[in-house]
Design a binder for this molecule. Structure first.
Ligand SMILES: *[C@@H]1O[C@H](CO)[C@@H](O)[C@H](O)[C@H]1NC(C)=O
Ligand SMILES: *[C@@H]1O[C@H](CO)[C@@H](O)[C@H](O)[C@H]1NC(C)=O
Ligand SMILES: *[C@@H]1O[C@H](CO)[C@@H](O)[C@H](O)[C@H]1NC(C)=O
Length: 966
């Protein structure tokens, strides 16, 4: 049976997929997301334009939304890199307390401040907000994020100081605040106040391109640090280079260039035995040139434009075996050129312009083959040895030799282009011109819309951008690391910017079709922004800036391509054939299965026919055949449908006796096993309470599972509160409804045998009878309390968005207190007449935030249902809301039991009645003007009601619905 059934389901879902793909994406209502998280996401969405199309679906975790991943209904990652988002980041983001990974990078349309509430995200390990347009200061609260490993605020418009609180981020590995307008000094710890010197796990200090000032504190560095990159370039630092920086043995890149540092260079620089790049250019350093003997790892050295004492070209330079780039421009060097300089085995670029180098230039024609550029512009070289034949660019412009021996040679002209710049080779594609906006893919030689961006390397260990093997290596690394098709990455016209950053324009091409879909953009962009991509060695630290991707790509992603549809059709056909092949077997199997399935009820039917026996559990619950059920509902006539939900549909039916009933028919696929069904019936048959909807009968026949309940005429509480039933509930009635439902639940918890946790308490599961007494309905999700008496059931989280107990979410352990939480939400609904989640606002949080006991009206003017304002006594409202908040405490242990809730509400109701007897005295009633009292739920109010545009108010279903006017 199981197998056969599964097969049918596979075929069915196969065709359903086909249908959906051809038509459109229907909204799916699935309550998989924790209420506060859902509310926060909706608030975020409301403040941002261009969120992915999938964000129109109802359930962020269940749908799921692009860029979101969840764990047990809690949002753990939120990545929307390069989505062309515009707007601001709502402070509600602080509610996503399980968030570990937040990436909004590369959305230059995001402006406004980084919300302070970001400091509530205590589980955050990566906070990536680079290349947006955030303004204002770095929130101090970021210092609370003790788990943070990556903090990247690079390339925004942030102002103010670096908060000292960042020093509390003891797990921080990556701190990038570069390219902002930050001012002030670098904070170091002092007494109890933290500082950046506390960041003992940090490997990256990227503070470049700001307006930071003051001296670089000596206390900032110590031998306990593990920094590899210190990028302080392009700031306004003054004072000396602290010698303590040489204690950081792990250092690979030290960029202090483009500041106003003075004094002499610390003599212990050659303690930095692993350093690859040292850039001290553009400061006011004095004294002798540093002696870098022994720093054999150095690839890139720039000491240009300082005020060092005049010096011959230091002899230690000629021992630097790894040096690829040597830059010493601006007046310090004098005297002759050591011949061995050109023999450095790795040297590619030698830039020594504007010095006083004199004498004879002796070049051997067999100097190293790497050499690309030798720039002696504006020196005093007066002669060359042998005839010059260089394979590299040699610049002698501005030397005496250019007015004598070498006049009019190419060496005495300034080259227009120093060296060729790399671009991916497209020659094999021939001459193809692409339509506007498209580019030629090196992978397919076809035109498509690539995802374009810039990879910016801030400390490459080379300056040669013509050597293709280096950049084909980068391309290879990109497409393999990103799992893209080979050669689908295109680099073009690389260049060095004014900061000596290597800028590599990069295009990522779709491997088929002409667009990349949104999730692919997200994936590529996040991979690059969150530093998962590791470039080949020598490129150094980078960041990624993307261009907005054309939106057609996103809409393309929504509909299936015709080839996908063909694929589905073929797939479905194959399945159908399979089905026929298995038909024989399946039919036989089904016959047996049917017998087996009916088995659990055999004893019951026997008992019923004999009128006595061993099944007292089902006393009072009748067995109906499927044909009976058909008859009662007029063959499940559509017009008799009174509710629908995940479980199936509910029909109004009439028994031969004339009694009206609600008939709940499980849809195929949500039926339970026969034993479970039997258990449920046994359970429900024992539950009798005036505030619980009673079960009258059941049907387990022809593969159908049907429950037959008493019919409750006035629909659900949710409908009445929304104004859809036309029944107005005054304040006293609402308190009474709360009491009724609380009593029903207390019975389930404490008197039912075995006790029952409802699991789905919500206003659409509370029904109102003809006298507006409340009855709790829907035990479809009920679970028995286990016999061991531990008081909880560990089970997969189920329930409805907005009502779910946060602790249940965390622990997955269902307790009575989970119902208490949901009931507290219903109580707040009674006060506000709004669904728990509306327009991104979660009622529990709203009320908690609004409540102010010192205020005359308890601070609830905004939230209170206006139709009950004039008649609510302040005392009872305070007590009622206070109780609701107790019920919705985060910690289950702080919530009252259902029995205690009953007692409290009884007291509130008595108080209300007492007040009533004293008649409407002005002192106890609220002096708030009444809006439309006894003319409730006018257009305006019902419009604000339950049919919110963001969240369709979805009761799983209701037994009764729509107006049964009396
Ligand atoms: C540089 O330092 C080395 C040893 O550290 C020493 O042998 C050498 O003489 C020094 N060179 C100069 C120019 O001071
Ligand atoms: C080169 O410059 C140095 C120092 O400025 C000077 O002492 C020397 O005489 C010069 N040599 C030649 C050949 O001009
Ligand atoms: C390019 O660079 C690589 C190292 O990255 C080197 O092995 C190769 O010889 C260089 N090629 C040229 C033409 O300079």
């Amino acid at each position: 049976m199981g197998f056969f059934f599964q097969l049918i389901m596979v075929v069915w879902s196969c065709f359903a997929a086909l249908f959906l793909s051809i038509t459109c994406h229907l909204p799916v209502v699935l309550g998989d997301t924790y209420g506060e998280d859902a509310a926060a996401l909706i608030a975020l969405k409301n403040d941002l334009q261009n969120t992915p199309a999938s964000w129109e679906k109802y359930d962020p975790c269940g749908a799921p939304w692009d860029g979101i991943t969840c764990n047990n209904g809690r949002v753990v990652t939120l990545t929307l890199a390069s989505m062309n988002l515009k707007g601001t980041v709502a402070s509600d983001i602080g509610s996503l307390t399980q968030l570990q990974f937040l990436d909004l990078s590369n959305n230059p349309g995001i402006s406004g401040q980084i919300p302070q509430n970001i400091g509530n995200l205590l589980n955050l390990t990566r906070l990536m907000l680079l290349t947006c347009s955030f303004t204002g200061p770095i929130p101090l609260t970021i210092g609370n994020l003790a788990q943070l490993v990556y903090l990247d605020l690079n390339s925004n418009k942030l102002t103010g100081n670096i908060p000292a609180s960042l020093g509390r981020l003891s797990n921080l590995y990556w701190l990038d605040i570069s390219n902002n307008t930050l001012t002030g000094t670098l904070p170091v710890s002092k007494g109890n106040s933290p500082g950046l010197d506390n960041l003992l796990k940090a490997k990256h200090f990227h503070f470049n391109k700001n307006k930071l000032s003051g001296s670089i504190p000596v206390e900032l560095f110590s031998s306990s640090m593990v920094l590899i990159h210190i990028l302080f370039d392009d700031n306004q630092f003054t004072g000396q280079i602290p010698s303590t920086v040489c204690l950081v043995k792990s250092l690979e890149v030290l960029r202090l260039d483009r500041n106003s540092l003075n004094g002499s260079v610390p003599s212990n620089l050659n303690n930095l035995t692993g350093i690859i790049e040292l850039n001290l250019a553009g400061n006011k350093l004095t004294g002798t040139l540093p002696n870098l003997t022994g720093v054999t790892t150095l690839n890139y050295l720039d000491l240009s434009n300082n005020s060092f004492d005049p010096s011959p070209i230091p002899s230690w330079l000629t021992t630097m075996q790894s040096l690829t780039t040597l830059v010493m421009e601006g007046g310090v060097l004098q005297g002759p050129i050591p011949r061995s300089l050109f023999s450095l085995p790795s040297l590619e670029i030698l830039k020594l312009k504007n010095n006083r180098i004199n004498g004879t230039l002796s070049l051997d024609n067999d100097t190293n083959r790497q050499l690309l550029l030798v720039d002696f512009e504006s020196n005093q070289i007066s002669s060359v040895t042998v005839g010059l034949v260089t394979s590299y660019t040699l610049i002698l412009y501005g030397n005496p030799i250019c007015v004598s021996d070498l006049a009019n040679t190419r060496y005495c002209q300034l080259p227009t282009q120093v060296s060729d710049s790399y671009s991916t080779n497209l020659t094999s594609c021939g001459n193809i011109t692409c339509p506007q906006g498209q580019k030629l893919s090196p992978q397919s030689c076809e035109c498509s819309y690539p995802f374009e961006g810039l990879l910016i390397f801030r400390a490459p260990a080379f300056q040669d951008i013509s050597n293709s093997s280096r950049f084909t290596g980068l391309e290879y690394q990109l497409w393999t690391n990103l799992s893209l098709a080979p050669h689908s990455v295109y680099l073009s016209n690389l260049y060095f910017d004014v900061n000596d950053y290597l800028v590599a324009p990069v295009d990522f091409f779709p491997s088929n079709g002409i667009y990349l879909n949104q999730s692919e953009i997200l994936r590529i962009s996040s991979y690059l922004t969150n530093q998962s991509f590791k470039p080949p060695s020598g490129f150094g630290p980078y960041y990624f800036v993307s261009l907005p991707y054309i939106q057609q790509g996103a809409s393309q992603a929504k509909s299936f391509s015709s080839s996908a549809i063909i694929g589905i059709v073929v797939g479905c056909s194959v399945l159908v054939i399979l089905l026929f092949l298995l038909g024989f077997y399946a039919l036989k199997y089904r016959k047996r299965a049917k017998e087996a399935a009916l088995n659990p009820f055999e004893t019951w039917t026997r008992v019923h026919s004999k009128g006595h026996g061993d099944a007292p559990q089902v006393k009072g619950v009748r067995w109906f055949s499927f044909n009976d059920a058909k008859k009662y509902t007029n063959n499940f006539f559509e017009g008799n449908e009174i509710g629908a939900g995940g479980y199936g549909k509910v029909y109004k039916g009439t028994l031969p006796s004339g009694q009206i009933v609600a008939i709940k028919r499980a849809q195929k696929g949500s039926t339970q096993g026969a034993h479970e069904f039997k258990t449920e019936i046994e359970l429900l048959s024992r539950v009798h309470h005036k505030n619980l909807v009673s079960l009258l009968g059941f049907c387990f026949d022809q593969g159908e599972q049907i429950l037959i309940y008493e019919f409750i005429s006035n629909g659900t509480l949710g409908e009445s509160l929304s104004g859809r039933t036309g029944i107005w509930l005054d304040w006293k009635r609402r308190v009474k409804i709360a009491l009724d439902s609380a009593r029903g639940l207390a019975y389930l918890h404490e008197l039912a045998d075995p006790p029952i946790i409802h699991r789905d308490v919500k206003s659409t599961n509370i029904l109102l009878d003809e006298d507006l007494n409340a009855k709790v309905a829907d035990f479809g999700l009920s679970k028995l309390i286990d016999d061991e008496g531990t008081g909880h059931v560990s089970t997969q989280v189920k329930g409805t968005l907005g009502y779910l107990d946060p602790e249940y979410y965390m622990t997955q352990q269902l307790t009575y207190k989970s119902d208490v939480y949901s009931f507290g939400v219903v109580m707040l609904e009674l006060v506000t007449a709004k669904p728990p989640i509306q327009r991104g606002r979660y009622v529990v949080r709203e009320v908690k935030a609004a409540i102010d006991k010192t205020k005359e009206f308890y601070g609830l003017e905004e939230i209170l249902d206006p139709t009950i304002r004039g008649e609510t006594s302040l005392v009872s409202l305070q007590k009622f809301v206070g109780l609701a908040l107790q019920c919705t405490e985060e910690l289950a242990s702080k919530r009252p039991s259902m029995n205690e809730v009953v007692k409290e509400i009884e007291a509130i109701l008595q108080n209300e009645q007492f007040n009533e007897r004293r008649s409407a005295s002005a002192s106890t009633n609220l002096g708030i003007p009444v809006q439309g009292i006894h003319q409730p739920y006018d257009e305006q109010i019902s419009g604000k009601g339950f049919s919110s545009d963001e969240f369709k108010y979805s009761g799983a279903y209701a037994f009764t619905s729509h107006v049964e006017p009396k």
